[in-house]
Design a protein around this ligand. Sequence first.
Ligand code: NAD
Length: 344
Amino acid sequence: MRVAFFDTKSYDKKSFDKYAGLNGVEIKYFETKLNLDTAELAHGFDAVCAFVNDTVDKDVIDRLSEMNVKAVALRCAGFNNVDMRHAFGKIHVLRVPAYSPYAVAEHAMALLLTSIRRIHKSYIRSRDFNFSLSGLTGFDLHGKTVGVIGTGRIGRVFIDIARGFGMKVLAYDKFPSPGLENADDVRYVSLDELYENSDIISLHCPLTDDTTHMINEETLKKCKKGVVIINTSRGGLVDAEDLLNAIKSRHVGAACLDVYEEESDLFFEDNSGHILNDDILARLISMPNVIVTSHQAFLTEEALENIAKTTIKNLVDLFEDGQCANELCFRGNAAEDCKSGKCF
Ligand code: NAD
């Protein structure tokens, strides 16, 4: 099986080479992102491997399908970059539903602690032998209330971490998890109740039509003055301009952003020699109470290992057994196709 691997970074290769080698999968790495201009590179390959900022829209799916590429193996959990309706019946779409919820939840807490204890400021000061403490006053997390939107794999790990700090948790999920609530410190509430009573809000739900720009001018007005917003999920959950305005008006106390709606042309790349054209991102980064990391929350040794292992297993399951437990979207009856040799 031959796989065209898009948006390759140096840290991808070690684990993918290991699992591809063990399973007889041939990978050709391309640094470019997948989009209509680059889809042609997949000519002659059985599958493409794509990441969060690759474009798998209607046109790309049609082009891949015309070239008889049979599967898109996402090496991530989210699939908001894939036109799933259009893919149905044309191409198999596989994903890695979970690789390390700890990586993302721990990064969310790292951002929160950095922000509220001003570690980003003190790190720079002490490198310049400036040991002044003025302006570095933080606040205790113990006893504070954190609102967690999305109580799936990552949200639940974040809740455990927050409870370890002695925080109260207000949770919201469209499909609440039975057994998560307890009498002491975790309670499901309505979104409005969560906005009104949380000192900190952490987003862990997927980007869907329902959740796009759920953090906006109107919902931010419902939040407590000084609220800290953490987004390690998807940039599109937050209307970044509304967030910026709420920071400028001092209503939002701090923001910790690992994702940004317009990240696809910027994040994961070294843009330090370029003029940043995105004024909203530039202004956000300029704020002393905003921390931006470039979609880094997943990036741990354990996560990279699990991503590669599961992605290669997904492909082997699909191409050898005709079915894959992590398939999101069917191209057809994979088992029948496998037997008849029509598909593979
Ligand atoms: P998950 O599927 O386990 O959990 C998502 C939860 O969101 C589910 O409980 C679901 O019921 C809930 N949900 C769905 N629609 C909702 C809505 N309208 N309102 C509130 N809740 C809703 O997913 P997960 O593994 O916990 O991942 C959560 C998100 O984290 C992913 O969607 C992905 O976008 C993001 N993520 C980011 C990174 C990163 O590096 N920054 C890495 C992995 C995942």
